[in-house]
Design a protein around this ligand. Structure first.
Ligand code: HQG
Length: 185
């Protein structure tokens, strides 16, 4: 199948399953699930031809495992990254590894060191297990910088860490005092 079609459909799914379901008249439940038949119908009203075959391919071929289809094969949701307030995904709270990494762009550092890492429009700050992944996340916004976060120590101090179904780590915020010393960047 055409890679361009897969990419476009993936972007469309991110948009409606994470951010603006109402843009196509779709309803998500509080766990973020959308009915697949309803999604296909709403998309077709928006002049987008999506069928189950295409959806399954996007889900299976997403390297980041962005989307999940339910066991019943009737529902689909984004694993993480939501901004829509209608969804309140209960991620699994678990003990993090010693270190986690946040990838960002150099131009954000001044504000980050002033205010700490905040989720912005999303529901959580995103962290990765590997510095390489964090590096590629940072690349999306400019000159990448990888911030090393002492996750286990934060957990011991009472911060809650969650892991999404696609292995992205989530935290509500990282206060500035938990950021690595700027001189070490
Ligand atoms: C930055 C992708 C200024 C933050 C990736 C980031 C990820 C601040 C940007 C997932 C700040 C938000 C999430 C502050 C944080 N001042 N800037 N106080 N606090 N920032 O895209 O983490 O392809 O919402 O560093 O792989 O970049 O969508 O978050 O640069 O897992 O599946 O504000 O998105 O996955 O940007 O990326 P984002 P993110 P998908």
């Amino acid at each position: 199948m055409d890679k361009k079609l897969l990419d476009e459909t993936s972007k469309f799914l991110s948009y409606v399953l994470r951010h603006e379901p109402e843009a196509i008249g779709l309803e998500l439940d509080s766990d973020g699930w959308a009915d697949i038949d309803a999604l296909i119908l709403c998309a077709s009203r928006d002049n987008r031809v999506i069928d189950r075959d295409l959806l399954e391919k996007v889900v299976n071929e997403s390297e980041k495992k962005r989307f999940i289809i339910s066991e019943s094969r009737q529902l689909i949701r984004a694993a993480q990254g939501h901004s829509t307030r209608t969804v309140n995904l209960q991620h699994k709270q678990i003990i993090p590894p010693t270190l986690l990494y946040h990838g960002t762009a150099a131009r954000f550092l001044e504000s980050i060191y002033e205010k700490g890492l905040s989720p912005g429009v999303r529901h959580h700050v995103h962290l990765s297990e590997s510095p390489e992944t964090a590096h590629s996340v940072g690349l999306r916004y400019g000159k990448p910088v990888v911030l090393k976060i002492e996750a286990l120590r934060m957990h011991e101090m009472g911060f809650k860490f969650y892991k999404a179904e696609n292995a992205v780590w989530l935290i509500d915020e990282v206060p500035a005092e938990w950021l690595p010393l700027k001189t070490g960047l």
